[in-house]
Design a protein around this ligand. Sequence first.
Ligand SMILES: [Zn+2]
Length: 325
Amino acid sequence: MKKMTGKISSKRRNYLSFMFVPHRKGSVRTIRINNYRTTLLSITAFMLVALLILTGYTLSVVKQNKLLKAQHEQEIEKIMSEKAKLEEFISNQTQQLIENSELITEAVSNKSVTNQTVAQFKKEYEDMVVSYIDKNMTEIRSVSRGSSKEKTFKESLADLRALIDLLEKAKLKEDDINSQIAKKEKELNNYLDSLPTYWPIDSMATPTSGFEMRLHPIYKRHIHHNGIDIGDKVGSPIYAAGSGKVTLAGYNGGYGRCIIIDHGNGFKTVYGHLSSYSVKEGDWVKKGQQIGKMGNTGTSTGPHLHFEVRVNDVAVDPLQFLEKR
Ligand SMILES: [Zn+2]
């Protein structure tokens, strides 16, 4: 079947007719539409509506993008504030570490061997913190903050990703540095524990004899007294001045019953004239642990503890180290 359209005559301008002409047999059929203008108007109206819907959809997409952009800007703001908190945390931590190392320096009053060792620890401690701040925080600071230039959505998004990436890296490094700091703190604490600072008997009485030249009460001649003598009753507990390993628990000439503890780092302590031992050679002792009892053995004129501190086997004044409780 052929489809034909067209205007029929000038008199029937308002009609639109479709004629169907069969090729072989049968009559010609005509379909006439009363008002084709109305039809054309309807089609135009339909297309306009479609256009409006499309425009509306486009506008909503644009609006959604704006919302997303605002949302991401908020997220960036949030991350920036997290970053500020992180910086504050690290700066507080640094301050604490530096204060700690100063305390350790203060705790040690010996001006020769010890200061050098502590200075070395302190330097390591501070270098570690400073290098951490330099490496990680400058990287984060390099990301522009509060730029006056209006950024596109994609630029903001790229910034956001870069920030998250940096923060993640910083977090990883932070975990690593925290374990390093914990390790260093443990080392410093062990070092502090090993230093002979614990007053070795319960009596806080001033020593009857100091670290000085004196007329020896038995030999009756002036010789240097290499420790301090602190008097109390026979049987008073004697404590380790610092943690370490017992290298002697036995009779030792003029010292009588004697204990020697090796604290490492060149430090040793000697406890003389004891009546008994509560540790044996090879034992590890803690600072403040009881090691024996006061006595009057060896070259002694009455119950007392003879206490020595030796640095690299040279006797030094124990009062430089001991802290009264
Ligand atoms: Zn003495």
